[in-house]
Each structure stands twice: as C-alpha cells, then as structure tokens.
Design a protein around this ligand. Structure first.
Ligand code: ADP
Ligand code: ZN
Length: 433
C-alpha cells in the first residue's frame, strides 16, 4: 500500500492543484514586484505589471530569471523580506562559478521540511525510521534539507554528514540506520567500502536510500541497490528554488513528482525560450509560488529534462519530471556532438565497470579529443596487455554506438580514481583551462 505524507495534497485533483497555482502565482508576482526593486525593474523592462498576471496561464508573460541575476544582486538583492524575518541562509555548492546566497523565513523552512517529508514517506519511511544523513551539512542544502524533513516526519535523525567512510559504516551498523541519504556517488562509495570490509548488506538494517544532487544513471541505481540491499530513490532540487525536495520519486521509480503546490515547472527550448509541449526534452524552468524570502520566478535551471502528465501507479497527481540528464553546463560538445557524462556512465556500467571514471576533454591540433579513464574492478585487473587492449576496444565500440563518436578509453587500476563524498567531479575539460 502506497503511503503519503499529505494524501489530500499529493493526490489532489488536477483542478484543485491548478486552483492553488492560480491563486498563489498571482499573489507571489505581486509580492516580488512590491518587495524587490530588481524584480520590479525586470518586469517593467518586459512591459508587464502584476495586473497582467491573472492566473497560471499568464506565467509565460513574466521575464525569465538566470543565475546571473542572483550574481548581479549578490548577496541580498533578491530578498523579499526584511533581514529580521530571515532565519536561515544557504549557498549553492558552487559547482559552477561564483556562489550565490538564498534566504528562508520560518515559514519557508516549514514548507521545505514538508516537501522533504513527502519524499521520505514515498520512500517508505515512518516515524519509526532512523534516517542517516550523509549529505554534507553546512551552506550546501543537502544535509540540513533532509535533516529538516526527517525531523518533521518524526523519524530519528542521524546527522552523520559526509566523509570518514569507515566511520559511516560503523554508525550504519551500530545505530541500525534504516534510510540512507547522500549523493549517489557517495552511496556507491559506501557500498564499495562495505564490500572491502567484508560486510554484507544483510548485516545492516538499511531498507531505502534517497539520493540526489547530481545526475546518475539507471545502471548506477541498480548497482547501488544491489551493493546496499535497498531501494534507491531519486530526489531533485536546487538551492535557488529551495534545496532537495523540489521533486521526489515514488514507488514507481520512474521520474520525480514536482511539488506543484509550491512550484510551477515549465520545459523550454533553451535557445528560443519557447515553452515546449509535455514529453519533449528541454530546459527545466521553475517558479516558486509560496516562498516568501526568495520569490524566484521562471528560473532557468540549465538542467535538461522533460515533464510527463498522466496517472502514476502511486496515485499521486503531481506532474512528473524525468531524471535530468545533467545541466547544460555539463554538456560537452565534442567535435559538434552533444555528450552528457551520464550517457558515458551508462555504457561503462552496462559493460560491468564500476562508476569510477573520469572524462578528459582536450583539443589537439584544433580537434577535440575525448578520453575516458575508467577503473577496472579487482576481478578484471590484469597485466595481460592483450586482454586490456581487447577490453578498451570493446568500450570504444560501446561508446561509438551510443554517442556516435570516437572516444579513447584508458583502463586504469582499481582505486586509482579519487572517490567522491559529495558531488562527483567527472569531467576535466582542458579546453577551458
Ligand atoms: P550547485 O549548482 O553549486 O551544484 P546545488 O547544490 O544547488 O548547487 O545543486 C543543484 C543542481 O544539482 C541542480 O541544478 C542539478 O543540476 C543538480 N541535481 C540536483 N538533484 C539532481 C538529480 N536528482 N539528478 C540530477 N541532477 C541533480
Ligand atoms: Zn508516482
């Protein structure tokens, strides 16, 4: 039986969801216009006033906002309430460029906790569970985001934070953690360390994991599920919009429900800005319709995905977004071909390699080169050069057939690629150095 944290909201009729969105968007636009001079200016430039926004149908009239807007107004220029009402600051983890800062009121935090609690319940958690949080704590939203949701649910929080993997495993074992929350690459690392320590997942009490903050493939999901003996759920979010929990996965494990009572999602053509029909792949754009401190509207995430409406086997009625392939910033253009690291990951894992790889891009004599360094498992490891050459060739063929691109593959020794405790750094683009 599917469990919900708030069935009356998560399974509301589409008509009801629409009514919430209409009312909240109208109020939010007014709030942003009245409280943030920068916003008022953006809207004036576009020739719109709050009166032009009568329902969610009018969303497309609003200007887009970009990371640049957050940088230009750094640190507090987009805050819509006085500082005395701000109870928390977070900053993006700075994966790409200068960090940005966002603020939360007490009510904003309560909404955030609520949407994360929805994810926990969708993953099967109850107040009986011990939620082990190995996302980093601090300005990064991962740790405190999951922390707030698990506390709100009434579960027992284990605020392990990231790092010191052997100790994580002792805690998992001794404290009887039942739900693990971290990045997928760290979950994989924890699984690998378990194997090395000769601990079987049966010796742990884990039943589910909530993993996000970076792109990961279905193959990686299966790998983690096997290594840890759990069901692995994907969670999506970004600091600018809230943090983890903007969208959450259900028992169907096939895309994430967007918390549409708080966010409106659109998919647009990143080149033209035109709104695309459901099912079509494009850039995810979010509008926060309830957030008080930071009322970001039509924010261009640069994440690439698609949205799907229709009934979900779990009974939830929120629209679903596909797992993002990655962000446009991560997309590599190699000799004119678009390549996402997650596509390369799919090929590697399908051939039985671990998710420990690095993609090195360079330009030699004005031609782009793509070199994929991938670790052999200890079982594969050999000094037989013929065998290594055969394996490399096999992967080159696999990459060629999926990407339509000639890549170079270098097999490296087990444990030679540095492990990630947070977001993995998969790409080294020497063309940009
Ligand atoms: P930074 O931009 O510095 O990494 P954030 O911690 O706010 O800061 O990261 C948000 C970004 O992380 C998203 O825009 C997206 O690119 C990525 N992300 C978050 N969750 C997922 C997920 N489940 N799948 C793929 N990418 C994700
Ligand atoms: Zn569902």
């Amino acid at each position: 039986m599917e469990k919900y944290y708030q069935p009356e909201i998560e399974c509301a009729s589409r008509k009801q969801i629409r009514a919430w969105q209409d009312e909240r968007l109208v109020r939010q636009v007014r709030h942003a216009y009245d409280s943030v001079p920068y916003y008022r200016h953006l809207m004036e430039e576009q020739g719109v006033t709050p009166d032009d926004i009568q329902s969610a149908n009018d969303l497309h009239k609003l200007p887009f906002t970009y990371k640049k807007d957050l940088r230009d107004t750094y640190p507090y220029g987009l805050f819509a309430v006085p500082m005395k009402d701000i109870v928390r600051l977070h900053a993006s983890s700075g994966t790409t460029g200068k960090q940005i800062v966002v603020g939360y009121t007490l009510e904003d935090l309560d909404i955030w906790d609520t949407i994360v609690a929805r994810q926990l319940v969708a993953a099967g958690a109850t107040e009986e569970d011990k939620v082990h949080i190995s996302y980093g704590y601090g300005l990064f939203t991962g740790g405190l985001g999951l922390h707030g949701g698990a506390t709100k649910l009434g579960a027992t929080v284990i605020p392990a934070s990231s790092g010191n993997t052997a100790r994580q495993i002792t805690i998992l074992k001794d404290f009887g953690s039942t739900i693990l929350c971290c990045t997928p690459s760290y979950a994989d690392y924890i699984g690998e360390t378990l194997q090395e320590m000769g601990i079987s997942p049966d010796e742990l009490s884990l039943k589910a994991g909530i993993f996000g903050a970076e792109a990961w493939s279905e193959e990686m999901r299966r790998d983690i599920e096997k290594k840890l003996g759990i069901k692995a759920y994907n969670i999506y979010g970004l600091t600018e919009i809230m943090g983890p929990g903007v969208a959450y996965e259900c028992s169907a494990q096939d895309g994430m429900h967007v918390n549409e009572d708080h966010f409106i999602v659109e998919i647009i053509d990143p080149e033209t800005g035109e709104v695309l029909p459901d099912g079509q792949q494009g850039e995810l754009v979010f509008s926060c319709i309830t957030r008080q401190a930071f009322p970001l509207l039509r924010y261009r995430t640069r994440d690439i995905g698609a949205i799907h409406r229709g009934t979900c086997s779990c009974g939830r009625t929120f629209v679903k977004m596909s797992k993002p392939m990655g962000r446009t910033d991560d997309m590599l253009i190699i000799r004119g071909v678009n390549v996402f690291p997650s596509q390369i990951e799919t090929v590697l894992l399908n051939h039985g390699y671990p998710a420990n790889y690095q993609i090195i891009v360079d330009r030699v004599k004005s031609t782009d080169t793509l070199d994929v360094h991938v670790e052999m498992t200890p079982e594969m490891f050999t000094d037989n050069m013929g065998e290594i050459a055969r394996r490399q060739k096999e992967l080159v063929e696999g990459l060629r057939s999926l990407l339509g691109l000639a890549a170079q593959v270098t097999l490296v020794a087990p444990k030679s690629i540095v492990r990630s405790e947070g977001k993995a750094v998969r790409v080294i683009d020497k063309r940009k150095i």
